[in-house]
Ligand binder design. Sequence first.
Ligand code: CP
Ligand code: NVA
Length: 304
Amino acid sequence: SRAGQTRHFLDLDRFDTETLRRILDLGAAYKRGEQPFGRPKPLSGRVLAMIFEKPSTRTRVSFETGMKQLGGDTIVLSKGDTQLGRGETVADTARVLSRYVDAIMIRTDDPAKLAELSEYATVPVINGLTDDTHPCQVMADIMTFTEHRGSLDGKVVSWVGDGNNVAASWIQAAAHFNFEMRLACPPELMPDAAAVDWARAQGARVVIGSDPVAAVKDSHLVITDTWVSMGCTDTNRHTLLSPYQVNDGLMAHAAGDALFMHCLPAHRNEEVTDSVMDGAQSVVWDEAENRLHVQKGILSWCLL
Ligand code: CP
Ligand code: NVA
């Protein structure tokens, strides 16, 4: 089944919608306890290396657990542990790791490192977050919305706060799943223009402004994320973003059955209040759980 190119999982703008649906379906099948490849340990004997140049709880544990549940194994390489930290190039690292392992996940700052890794690796490369995007997260988010509310088709999804990496992957998702993507961000923290231009060129409805109330009005899903992403050194963030807190007052403008999502980790009572995070509309724990199921879908698509 591996005819053609190496199956990298880089960004949602590199996929056709059918493939993304296939990955989501695989994840859902695993979640139901099914064996979509007709055997219990389809990745038996396979090894995933994971390079972490930034911290992680969910991404690390969900990939590691998912790989092991599918019969495979993992190796975790932290920043500083490898020769990357001493200047060996990403390209050479890719060439070498490809001789040992069956797939490589990387979490890094500069998306150019992800691109270089995928160019020189001869095994699948998975994007575990860069400063620009976080596609595995948004796949889990889409799975979560679908479970709770059915299709995203025709829905309104609202992003409130920093126009960051997770927001960019959501914008790319709008080009695949036919929902209206509305963002309310401070003018200084607008989402990645390339992601917006690409999505709009595909016909996606992406509405961008700086008014949180307008963005969440009658919305079916309200999402936010930390005001200070990993690696961010900007100290003015709290002042800029405090008007964008997701609290009960803001949620009241959304549709009555709107869901709330946050990729986590949350900074409680900064970007989201305890009342929303722990409230009836919040699906953040399902969202975190679904990272595991979606990773298994991604790994299976990459390797089987
Ligand atoms: N949401 C997410 O990617 O979490 P981690 O940083 O814990 O992996
Ligand atoms: N935007 C956050 C997501 C963490 C999973 C960050 O990049 O730190």
